[in-house]
Design a protein around this ligand. Structure first.
Ligand code: HEC
Ligand code: HEC
Length: 344
């Protein structure tokens, strides 16, 4: 059964991957023309449009071989983050599980904007973050892990890859950035859990499996887990329903982006973000305490601590940390900085 599903699904992925990559890398006009043809919005006047270089461009670039080797290492870590499993990563994800197209693809939260907009104040942790700390954030929450130390080889390599992708883009741009983040479709009035459940079974389960566990076989990453222990934890950006809806609308089903209606994308997101996953690393032993601190901000947009309508289950009310266990604590969560600086 699993094998049949795997074969079926893999055939789909091969198709999908070639479709989406060819889509915007190998056209005659501007590389993003094809995206617009596929239905993505065209760049607005005044938006910053940047096409990140590829790894082939890196080979051709006039740079020191040592520098190229470090950027290559960063690319390798970004697309196969599982090599850090048990050390920094405690779920079944790679960075590229959510940042499609190797972190280069518009509307799939391309990662290069971080390299040109940071250091900057970040609402999520209430202080000024640099690129390393932004990367560390995705390790703590999205990878249910703990980041490589600042300045370590792995962190340097990952930062170098982000910065390489930003090559030629202006630093601290005044313009908004075309294709940044996972822009959400317009919020519909009513969201339906049961409709989302059915849509997930029909359109997503072939790869992600009905129980959301994806497919991770013999230590090999095939399809990422959309919820459960193999997925991101409750503190990750994608647990916000609008972010999940934006991801889904723009990127899924794989190879058929923008094929779902706004209502469908929202319903699936509503369903998906009401399934269990590892605890938020900011948890102090009480869901109510987390809600006191983050309910008005981050968790305002998630289902954290809410009762699921269909069965009354109180979401995230548990001390399940997933594979990370209780011992591994991401050191970059909840560390205040610059407290003695005056702010106008
Ligand atoms: C479970 C999905 C997921 C995974 C896995 C993930 N991220 Fe993210 N990442 C997000 C979301 C969601 C955002 C926020 C996008 C937004 O602004 O709406 C984000 C944002 C970012 C940004 C900032 C982009 C910007 O526009 O400034 C960087 C950099 C980044 N991630 C790097 C990484 C790295 C490095 C890894 C692997 C260690 C990783 N991410 C893994 C979901 C993920
Ligand atoms: C053909 C297989 C396939 C189908 C169908 C598919 N996905 Fe995915 N999905 C993937 C792959 C593969 C990735 C990770 C991309 C990568 O590793 O390159 C992914 C990534 C994701 C992620 C981010 C990582 C995670 O696991 O949370 C979410 C969320 C997601 N898909 C939701 C959906 C939803 C919702 C649907 C149905 C509307 C869907 N997918 C349909 C293959 C698929």
């Amino acid at each position: 059964m699993i094998n049949r599903r795997k074969t079926l699904a893999l055939a789909g992925v091969t198709l999908a991957a070639s479709a989406s990559l060819v889509a915007w890398a190998e056209t005659d006009g501007h590389p993003y023309d094809k995206l617009v043809e596929m239905g993505y919005p065209a760049p607005q006047e005044g938006e910053l449009v940047h096409v990140p270089p590829t790894m082939a461009d890196l080979e051709a670039a006039d740079m020191k071989p040592q520098t190229k080797a470090v950027i290559r290492r960063g690319y390798d870590l970004f697309t196969n983050t599982q090599q850090l499993r048990g050390k920094n990563v405690f779920n079944d994800m790679n960075c590229s599980s959510c940042h499609l197209g190797e972190g280069r693809q518009p509307f799939s939260a391309p990662v290069w904007p971080a390299a040109v907009t940071l250091p900057n104040f970040r609402g999520k942790n209430q202080h000024v973050n640099n690129l390393e700390e932004r990367i560390a954030g995705c390790f703590a929450y999205s990878m249910n892990g703990t980041p490589p130390a600042y300045g370590s080889d792995d962190m340097l390599a990952l930062s170098a890859y982000h910065q390489w992708l930003a090559k030629g883009a202006p630093v601290y741009p005044d313009q908004p950035i075309y294709g940044r983040g996972f822009p959400s479709p317009e919020r519909t009035d009513e969201l339906s859990y049961t409709n989302g459940e059915q849509l997930f079974a029909d359109n997503c389960a072939v790869c992600h499996s009905e129980d959301g566990s994806g497919l991770y076989q013999d230590g090999e990453y095939v399809f990422p887990a959309t919820w459960g222990d193999g997925s991101n934890n409750w503190g990750a950006g994608i647990v916000r329903t609008y972010t999940a809806a934006g991801f889904i609308k723009n990127n899924m089903p794989l190879g058929q982006p923008l094929s779902l209606s706004d209502q469908e994308a929202w319903d699936i997101a509503y369903y998906m973000t009401q399934q269990e996953r590892p605890q938020d690393p900011r948890y102090t032993g009480s869901v109510d305490e987390v809600l006191e601190k983050f309910g008005p901000t981050f968790h305002k947009h998630s289902s954290y601590g809410q009762e699921r309508e269909v069965d009354g289950h109180r979401l995230a009310d548990h001390a399940n940390w997933g594979e990370k266990g209780e011992e591994v604590k991401p050191w970059n969560v909840g560390q205040p900085r610059f407290e003695d600086l005056d702010v106008e």
